[in-house]
Design a protein around this ligand. Structure first.
Ligand code: F6P
Length: 326
């Protein structure tokens, strides 16, 4: 196996709080081990169009607390073509990069998998997405911060919902995974969570709403996971308007504010440990794996498993939301 001297690092897909902490950890762990680091801009776009810069320990100073990604990010169409990946490989080798660390979600890691197979490039991935939907890991970088942002927002919505005795549908992100909606509901004491993993019939919905309104507060908050098939919270509001016109439902779509903000301590720690482990993994000869965390231990997850949509929602948690909101 050829010795690795220079690591390229990129962030790709939707940004997630903690990506900067991961960039910092990868860079500093690499330099500590006498490896060069090259920062690649705008995800795979920077590989295809040669936008890269040499990183020093100073390049990653004062970023651990920042949301977003100093490397910028993108969803790069060119990299999905064989020509794009050929250009990427040429630029990468010309820059002297002999291994990559890719921080991103399922699309980004799928891209890494194809590139690694085609060009025999050692790549280690880090799970960077607020959705928590990657296989083989209990947590993804950014999930905890996004969850806290949701809880903070729902606490505020609760004030106005209570005052006006209204039903609120709060739509959260998740990319067809219900973790943010379900755990957001548990943490904010919401009356229900509507998640893509479970079909919600209109009569069930009526039951949920009625239960919510039986509470002394006379208001209800339902967390709804985004869902292009059903129209998410807007689609649900329309159904409620048709079936239960007595409820004057309001919709709040939290949107991209869930991706911003300073990462929580939990995300900073996860990013730092995973980032450092990515370098250890490459030096150990690991390739085409994502760093995951299982029961508190860092693990290597093959890309083929990491990119399998993870929707192992605990049914007991769905019941818990109901039981605790009686
Ligand atoms: O994957 C992260 C995510 O924030 C999803 O929750 C959401 O569906 C998607 O990205 C939004 O992507 P964009 O920023 O391209 O609109």
């Amino acid at each position: 196996m050829a010795k690795i001297n220079c690591i390229g690092i990129l962030t790709s897909g939707g940004d997630a709080p903690g990506m900067n902490a991961a960039i910092r950890a990868v860079t500093r762990m690499a330099i500590y081990n006498n490896l060069r680091v090259i920062g690649i801009k705008r995800g795979y776009y920077g590989l295809v169009y040669n936008e890269m810069e040499e990183f020093t320990t100073k390049s990653v100073s004062n970023i651990i607390q920042q949301g977003g990604t100093i490397l910028k990010t993108a969803r790069c169409k060119e990299f999905t073509t064989a020509e794009g990946r050929a250009k990427a490989y040429e630029n990468m080798t010309s820059a002297g990069i002999d291994a990559l660390v890719v921080i991103g979600g399922d699309g980004s890691l799928s891209g890494a998998r194809i590139f690694a197979e085609e060009y025999d490039v050692p790549i280690v991935g880090l799970p960077g997405t607020i959705d928590n939907d990657l296989g083989g890991t209990d947590r993804t970088i950014g999930y905890d911060t996004a969850l806290n942002t949701i809880v903070d927002a729902v606490d505020k919505i609760r004030d106005t919902a209570t005052s006006h005795e209204r039903l609120f549908l709060v739509e959260v992100m998740g990319h067809m995974a219900g973790y943010l909606a379900l755990n957001g509901a548990i943490a904010s004491g919401a009356e229900a969570a509507i998640i893509p993993e479970m079909e919600t019939e209109i009569d069930q919905l009526g039951d949920l709403i009625n239960r919510g309104f039986r509470k002394s507060k006379n208001s209800a908050i339902v967390l709804v996971a985004e869902n292009p098939t059903t129209g998410g919270a807007m689609g649900l509001a329309q159904r409620i308007k048709e079936e239960f016109p007595e409820y004057d439902a309001r919709v709040t779509i939290l949107g991209h504010l869930q991706r911003g903000g300073s990462p929580t301590a939990a995300d900073r720690i996860l990013s730092s440990k995973m980032g450092a482990q990515a370098i250890t993994a490459l030096m150990e000869g690991q390739r085409n794996v994502m760093i995951g965390i299982k029961n508190g231990d860092l693990v290597y997850v093959p890309f083929s498993k990491a990119t399998q949509h993870n929707s192992s929602i605990d049914r007991g948690d769905i019941d818990l939301v109901k039981i605790l909101s009686i």
